[in-house]
Design a protein around this ligand. Structure first.
Ligand code: NDP
Ligand code: 2IT
Length: 452
């Protein structure tokens, strides 16, 4: 065993010991560490500077009480989090997730991933993540607003356009960013646009930010397919989820000539052999705020499959591409088996860590192209960084210009992952390419900035 590999094993044991029970966080660290053996053999300076130990420990972790009153006058107490993970490359940057399953370990896994993802964008952003175990489902507009205001009444102390810039994630979209921004402005008495991204277009937001994660994932997929002389044109595609990332992934697949025949939410899936009507789905999810079962009720060609993940659709049709765009660990070995049996050629992660390590192994054995989230879904945070640029220069760019920047960034992330994988002897493996390229960029900046 090389000294680097020995250090990987030691630090991983420390991570487990110091962060008990945080299984998703352990999984995220393990996936990155698995890629680093050859890097540490080539660069002993990272071992000498204790980069592994430092990169796993967030710079700051903030946990706070979020009290709020519902429409009946009942008081609720939720827990708020902001994990400021790494600022070597820029201010902390990353989304807020509001979902009842959110624990500190969830935010830490997401923050850890974000550090490397943000590095891959090539833009000057560090990594962070936050959120709350608040469940927005079934809550009125007034309840959501009061919750967001209470969250920001503590969070404002810790954020700022040069400090830490939150954005959306599961359960946090433009409506919530609006309430959060309003409270930040009110408390600080500053119109500091760059303190949050994902804002509305008339008050400091960027065109294309809403679409960026889903669109970017599809661009990344197209680049992967091109390496094998294939494309999305004519492809049959499954997308899990029906939120922000899923909706715009579906839209872009259709623009590129593919057909998305399946989508889902946490209650079940729909199979629509005619192709998902994205305008109808958007109306149901964003205006009616209804479940995906309503889609099947309103669309004659669609069938609802209750309590099944979207991968079940692979029992009914052949599948060329699968895009998990809902949540972590949603594509497991069983799902991967269904997909490979249906002939899948490429899987790209629109969500963060949606594919289990066993499923990734299985897809790799079947020679399926696999785009890991930190590369494939980086278009969202990259466009957030473009929003920060526009805010800093008090400018606003056109849709076409911004989309072109997004396309260039995704092309460059794809090229960088491919070249890095090749350099380290793992050609075609985008997981190792993304992990190594992101790690080296952050590690070099940390060494240059000294032991802090
Ligand atoms: P949304 O809240 O808009 O949508 C989430 C979707 O995933 C919904 O369809 C939801 O179904 C489903 N979902 C959430 N939790 C679960 C669960 N536990 N089991 C099954 N389905 C679930 O979130 P986003 O689209 O913004 O985020 C989706 C994923 O993409 C997340 O992993 C997020 O971290 C990642 N991501 C988001 C970015 C962004 O810019 N928004 C950027 C990069 C990554 P239901 O409504 O039933 O809960
Ligand atoms: O996981 C992610 O990259 C996001 N939720 C987007 C973060 C951002 O700051 O735009």
């Amino acid at each position: 065993m090389t000294p680097g590999s020995r250090r990987i094993a030691e630090v991983y044991d420390q991570v487990i010991g110091r962060n008990p029970g945080e299984t998703e966080f352990h999984q995220a660290v393990s996936e990155v560490f698995d890629s680093l053996h050859r890097v540490l053999a080539k660069h002993p300076e990272y071992v000498d500077a204790s980069i592994l130990e430092r990169i796993c420990e967030p710079e700051r972790q903030i946990i706070f009480r979020v009290p709020w009153t519902d429409d009946t006058g009942t008081v609720h107490i939720n827990r708020g989090f902001r994990v400021q993970y790494n600022s070597a490359l820029g201010p902390y940057k990353g989304g807020l997730r509001f979902h009842p399953t959110v624990l500190l370990g969830t935010v830490k896994f997401l923050g850890f991933e974000q550090v490397f993802k943000n590095a891959l964008t090539g833009l000057p952003i560090g990594g962070g993540k936050g959120g709350s175990d608040f469940d927005p489902k079934g809550r009125s507009e007034g309840e959501i607003m009061r919750f967001c205001q209470s969250f920001m009444t503590e969070a404002y102390r810790h954020i700022g356009d040069r400090v830490d810039v939150p954005a959306g994630d599961i359960g946090v979209g433009r409506r919530e960013i609006g309430f959060l921004f309003g409270q930040y402005k009110r408390i600080t008495n500053r119109y500091e646009s760059g303190a949050l991204t994902g804002k509305g277009i008339t008050w400091g937001g960027s065109l294309v930010r809403t679409e960026a994660t889903g669109y970017g994932t599809v661009y990344f997929t197209e680049h992967m397919l091109h390496t094998r002389g294939r494309s999305l044109d004519g492809a049959t595609v499954l997308v899990s989820g029906s939120g922000n990332v899923a909706l715009y992934a579906i839209e872009k697949v259709h623009q590129l000539g593919g057909t998305v025949v399946g989508a889902s939410d946490s209650g079940g899936s729909v199979y629509d052999p005619d192709g998902i009507d994205v305008d109808l789905l958007r109306e149901i999810k964003e205006v009616q705020r209804e479940r995906i079962s309503s889609y099947a009720e309103q669309r004659g060609s669609a069938e609802y499959i209750p309590n099944r993940q979207v991968w079940a659709v692979a029992e009914k049709t052949s599948v060329d591409v699968a895009l998990p765009c809902a949540t972590q660990n949603e594509l497991d070995e069983d799902g991967a088996k269904l997909l490979t049996k249906a002939g899948v050629a490429a899987v790209a992660e629109g969500a963060n860590m949606p594919t289990t390590p066993e499923a990734i192994r299985l897809l790799r054995e079947a020679d399926v192209l696999f785009g890991p989230g930190k590369a494939a879904n980086a278009g969202g945070v990259a466009t957030s960084a473009l929003e920060m640029q526009q805010n800093a220069t008090r400018d606003s760019w056109t849709f076409d210009h911004t989309e072109q920047r997004l396309e260039e960034i995704m092309e460059s992330i794809h090229a960088r992952c491919a070249a890095t994988a090749e350099e380290y002897g793992t050609a075609g493996d985008y997981v190792s390419g993304a992990n190594i390229a992101g790690f080296i960029q952050v590690a070099d900046a940390m060494i240059a900035q000294g032991v802090i």
